[in-house]
Design a protein around this ligand. Sequence first.
Ligand code: PMP
Ligand code: GLU
Length: 396
Amino acid sequence: MMISNRVLKLKSSATLAAAAKAKELEEKGIEILNLALGEPDFETPINIRKAAIASIESGRASFYTPVAGEKELIEAVISRTKEDYGLDYKLNEVVVGTGAKFILFILFQAILNEGDEVIMPSPYWVSYSEQVELCEGTPVFVEGKEDNHFKVTVEDLEKATTKKTKAFILNSPCNPTGAIYTREELEKIGKWAVKHNILLVADDIYGKLVYNGNVFTPIATLSEEIKKQTIIINGVSKSYAMTGWRMGYALGDSSIISQMIKIASQATSNLTAVTQYAAIEALTGDQQQVEEMRQVFEKRLNHVYDRVSEIPGFKIDKPQGAFYLYPDISECLVLCGYDNVTNWVNDLLEEAHVSVVTGEGFGTNKHIRLSYATDLDTLNSAIDQIVAFVDKKQNK
Ligand code: PMP
Ligand code: GLU
């Protein structure tokens, strides 16, 4: 009776639910091989931690900061974006907040009226659709074809466009598929967005996690017109191993950014001050460790991709970025006698103690997501257990 209809419709995050379930079993003393969460297993680099400690010891981290973030941090975001993208942004075109997740949430709050449509390629990251609905928008799923690395084409987008289309979410490199859009594909998408005045929400959070010579092209860099049509979403969680610090940011048109700041002023006041001082060091300090972590992910990808491809009934193209594998396991489900991927995932956890995420959270019903943001021993043992689980089910 007390709960709003809006919230009753809302699903909990499938990724965080999978992580919580694994933790629950671990607390009962069961050792779980956890490939569920998209979270680097590295600790935050030491220079960043030291900057945070210094800000506490000096007393600087004791106080509220401006809602949009400390000026020094906004400048750090601007200079990092200049260095990485070659683009210029002004101070009033940036907002910093509690993770890229919250930044996306206040963006949708700022732009969506009831019934406004937000196009998102499917499969999609679990929080996009739920956040849009929570903000009374309508998610419009455009299916990416598996033989095109799950990427959508501008022809697909034209078909999905209506008078109510307000925004398009581009997540390249993509969670969960690891696909990266090419410059040519992005040029077409950019022109489509400009033509229909559709906001491009460019979730670039995996932009530094690109492997084997693949290239990430930020859509905002394609032309001045496309830049104006784009809100860049980014954060330090993935590239700087800082998931627990919760720092995300957006860059774009000040008329949207100022509304996001207004919402934050009533919701959080500001991102935790100590995190802001840590993030300044992350964005402006030595970047070598970002590259070192990327190289480790690349090695793991190259190793696990071969092994996962060989699991009976698993089909997968090699991901280009992020840190996930998203195999089609429909043949495996048949071999194992299942007609539902989530039941298979639940039994894998209960019986083989391997935690992965069901594709259903990402909008498909024959895939699972495995994260390789964990050490090789855990990855190898998890794959061994999956193979043994499939073998057991097949021979039952
Ligand atoms: N976008 C994508 C595609 C993600 O996978 C995540 C998960 N971390 C986020 C945004 C949010 O990241 P955070 O809130 O940790 O900055
Ligand atoms: N984004 C990560 C994931 O997809 C972390 C959890 C979350 O925020 O969804 O696993």
